[in-house]
Design a protein around this ligand. Structure first.
Ligand code: PLP
Length: 387
C-alpha cells in the first residue's frame, strides 16, 4: 500500500525502527531458550532480564521481578483479574467502570457469572468517573475489593484520576488494577506515586510489536497463573518467553522514557490543530470528552447526522486511516459502549470518528486531512436526507 496518513495510533502503532534493530539479533543469531543452561540460553536470558529492567524503570517499579511478560494487554488484564480473584481465599467484591475495554469488562463479567459481586461505576457526560457512585460501591462492599479502572480511555482519551481511585481502594484494604495500555508512552506512569497493585501495558500501543504485553504485580500481591505447564515468569505465566518481542518491548520502553515529554507536546499540538480545524469546518461536530483531561494524542469527534462508517471509508479512499466510535460485534455494528455510557445522543454516536496521532505524524499530514475532509463531508451531505 502507498504511504497513508495514519491517524489510528490508539488501535496500533508502527514498530519503531530502533525497536526493529534491537530485535533483529534475537531473530537471527541469539535464538536460544532463556531456560537453557548453555551459552545460547544465557544470552537470551540476559536479554530478557535487561528488558524486564527497562519495563520496570518505565513504570517506576523498584523490582524487575514485579514484571510478568504476557502475550498481550488482553492477557495481562485477564491474568490480573482472574489470577487474583482465584488466588484469594475469600470471595472478592469487584468494582470497575462502565467504559473499560472489553479486555477488562469480559473477564469481570465471567467472574460475576461465577458468583463474584460486580459493580459498574458509571461516568458523567464529560467521560469523568462518577465519584459518588464509586465511593458508595466501595462503602457498600462486604468482601475485600478488587477494583479495575483504566488510566485513560482508548476511545475518547479521557484520563481517570487513578491515584485518587487507587488510594481510596487501598484505604479500604482492597486491591487495585489499572489498565494503562493507552496511557503508557503518552503520560508518565509511576507506581511509586500511584498505589496500584497491578498494572497492564501492551507493546503495540507503544511502538513495539503486537503480541507482547506486561503486567506489573506489586511484590506481595497474591496472584495465581492462568497459563500452566511451565514455570517461566516465576511461575506466574507458563510458556517459553518470546525473546525478540520482549527485547522489543524493553527497547520501546527505553525510547518512550527518552521521548515522552517531546512526543506528548508535539502530539497535543497536532491533535489540537486537527480538532480546531474540524470544528471550524463542521459546526455540528462535538468532541466526546473534549472538556475533560485527555490523552494528548486523541480526539473523538462526533459528526452529527453523518454515518461514521461512511466517513471512515471515504477517508480511507483518500489514504487516511481512522476509527469509528462503533465496534463490530458478532457481525453487527454496535454503537460504542463508551459513548453510550457518556449519554451522547445516538445521532452523534453514529457519526463518531476517533483520530489518534502518533510519534511520526507530521503537520503536513494534519493539513492534508483538513483539506480532504470537506470533500468527504460535502459528498456525504449530498447523499443525506438531513441536509
Ligand atoms: N486495554 C485497552 C485500554 C486497549 O485499548 C487495548 C487494545 O486496544 C487493550 C487493553 C488490549 O491490548 P492488546 O491488543 O495488547 O490485547
Amino acid at each position: 500500500m502507498d504511504r497513508c496518513i495514519y491517524l489510528d495510533h490508539n488501535a496500533t502503532t508502527p514498530i519503531a525502527p530502533e525497536v526493529i534493530e534491537a530485535m533483529q539479533p534475537f531473530l537471527h543469531e541469539h535464538w536460544g531458550n532463556p531456560s537453557s543452561l548453555h551459552a545460547m540460553g544465557s544470552k537470551a536470558k540476559r536479554a530478557v532480564d535487561q528488558a524486564r529492567r527497562s519495563v520496570a524503570r518505565f513504570i517506576g517499579a523498584s523490582d524487575p521481578n514485579e514484571i510478568v511478560f504476557t502475550s498481550s494487554g488482553t492477557e495481562a488484564n485477564n491474568l490480573a483479574l482472574r489470577g487474583v480473584a482465584k488466588a484469594m481465599p475469600q470471595k472478592l467484591d469487584l468494582i470497575t467502570s462502565s467504559v473499560e475495554h472489553s479486555a477488562v469488562l469480559e473477564p469481570m463479567n465471567a467472574l460475576a457469572e461465577e458468583g463474584f459481586k460486580l459493580e459498574h461505576v458509571p461516568v458523567h457526560a464529560s467521560g469523568a468517573i462518577n465519584s459518588t457512585v464509586f465511593a458508595e460501591a466501595l462503602e457498600n462492599a462486604k468482601n475485600p475489593v478488587l477494583a479495575s479502572f483504566m488510566w485513560a480511555n482508548n476511545e475518547t482519551g479521557v484520563v481517570f484520576p487513578v491515584k485518587t481511585l487507587a488510594e481510596a481502594v487501598k484505604e479500604k484494604g482492597g486491591l487495585f488494577h489499572c489498565d494503562a495500555v493507552q496511557a503508557a508512552g503518552k503520560l508518565g506512569i509511576d507506581v511509586q506515586q500511584v498505589p496500584v497493585d497491578l498494572l497492564t501495558i501492551s507493546g503495540h500501543k507503544l511502538y513495539a510489536p503486537k503480541g507482547i504485553g506486561a503486567l506489573y504485580v506489586r511484590r506481595g500481591t497474591r496472584m495465581g497463573s492462568l497459563v500452566k505447564g511451565g514455570h517461566q515468569e516465576r511461575g506466574r505465566r507458563g510458556g517459553t518467553e518470546n525473546v525478540p518481542f520482549i527485547v522489543g518491548l524493553g527497547c520501546a520502553c527505553e525510547l518512550a522514557m527518552k521521548k515522552l515529554a517531546e512526543d506528548a507536546a508535539r502530539e497535543e499540538r497536532l491533535r489540537d490543530r486537527l480538532e480546531q480545524g474540524i470544528l471550524a469546518l463542521y459546526d455540528q461536530a462535538v468532541v466526546a470528552g473534549g472538556n475533560s483531561e485527555r490523552l494528548p494524542n486523541t480526539s473523538n469527534i462526533c459528526f452529527r447526522h453523518m454515518e461514521g462508517e461512511a466517513v471512515l471509508m471515504m477517508l480511507d479512499d483518500h489514504g487516511i486511516c481512522v476509527s469509528t466510535g462503533a465496534a463490530c460485534e458478532s457481525g453487527s455494528i454496535e454503537p460504542s459502549h463508551v459513548l453510550k455510557a457518556m449519554n451522547i445522543e445516538t445521532s452523534l454516536i453514529n457519526g463518531a470518528i476517533r483520530f489518534s496521532v502518533g510519534r511520526y505524524t507530521t503537520e503536513d499530514e494534519i493539513d492534508c486531512v483538513l483539506e480532504k475532509l470537506p470533500l468527504v463531508l460535502d459528498r456525504l451531505k449530498e447523499l443525506s436526507p438531513h441536509f
